[in-house]
Design a protein around this ligand. Structure first.
Ligand code: ATR
Length: 288
């Protein structure tokens, strides 16, 4: 049985491999900041061991866990309930354990994405105009889902593999025409009239190929967000900034998605501060 009054709550993050994860650095910072007597551990769980790990969580030795690559989809089968948003996105990044040992899955990536945009650009309103989203992986699903909920009038989904963007448009757009898959070759033209451009691909990340896209058609009052945070200023953000666009980097999405998880695990709603950003940024640089 889970004892929510336990004096020393344990939580953690599960992934394979797990050494890249910034979650321990982030949650441990908050534990210290708020003087909470608890801990947050990195668990390296091989895919074959995932079902046994989830079953083991039912005894309540953990108050919950964050979930990262490659388990975000696979954990869903082992949980007792999913939030509507997790079901919609098709992935879980937070598991909580209730007092009866039941496991509940949610997804806070879309929340983190929107909160990061609001923090980086206080006037941000998803309903302002069309949005161009690059990519159709797990991160894109969270971003598109959040944008739909936030009232984006039109979402142009551009992905190298067209079949994947078609699936995301069908799954998340629910047959409505406001989520539209467009060929990757059409990405330059698709920026015409956009109010927001979001890169959710891995292009531009340290060690990956650069993102090749012309920004000529993008209005200079559009907001540009890259969810890549290593490097913090990607080539896309540097070019956008140079032509006058407001830019929002990707580190904040990581920080903000962790807020609801920390609150669920440890009972305190934490704040994203500059000091936290600097702390996590140093951890990013340490892992490069
Ligand atoms: P995540 O969960 O972070 O979204 P993912 O599911 O592996 O990660 O998705 C990676 C995204 O980057 C995909 O949209 C992928 O495009 P494909 O669906 O065509 O694979 C995109 N991506 C990765 N490398 C790319 C490249 N060289 N050119 C274009 N897109 C690329």
């Amino acid at each position: 049985m889970v004892d929510k009054s336990q004096a020393f709550p344990h939580a953690g993050v599960i992934g394979w491999p797990i050494s890249h994860s910034l979650s321990p650095s982030l949650h441990t910072w908050w534990l210290n900041e708020y003087g909470i007597n608890g801990d947050f551990e990195a668990f390296a769980i091989e895919p074959d061991n995932l079902p046994a790990f989830l079953e083991g969580m039912r005894d309540g030795h953990l108050v919950g866990a964050n979930v990262t690559v490659p388990h975000k989809q696979a954990v869903m089968a082992g949980l007792d309930s999913l939030t509507q948003q997790a079901r919609h996105i098709g992935a879980v990044n937070v598991i909580t354990v209730d007092e009866g040992g039941k496991l509940h899955g949610s997804n806070t990536d879309g929340f983190g994405f929107l909160e990061n945009l609001k923090a980086g650009h206080s006037d941000f309103d998803a309903a302002t105009g069309p949005v161009a989203v690059l990519g159709a992986g797990g991160a894109a699903r969270a971003v598109v889902s959040a944008l739909i909920d936030a009232g984006a009038p039109e979402i142009r989904l551009l992905n190298r593999t067209r079949a994947k963007s078609d699936t995301v448009a069908a799954d998340l757009g629910g047959g409505k025409s406001n989520v539209q898959a467009i060929d990757w070759d059409g990405r330059d033209a698709a920026l015409d009239g956009a109010a927001l451009l979001v890169n959710t691909t891995s292009l531009g990340m340290t060690g990956q190929a650069p993102l090749q896209i012309s920004l000529d058609a993008l209005p200079t009052n559009a907001v540009v967000n890259d969810i890549v945070y290593a490097p913090l200023e990607t080539n896309l953000l540097a070019r956008a900034h140079k032509r006058g666009n407001v830019t929002v980097d990707g580190l904040g999405m990581l920080l903000h998605q962790a807020r609801p998880a920390f609150e669920a695990f440890f009972g305190v709603a934490p704040k994203v501060t500059d000091a936290l950003r600097q702390h996590v940024l140093a951890a990013v640089e340490g892992k490069e």
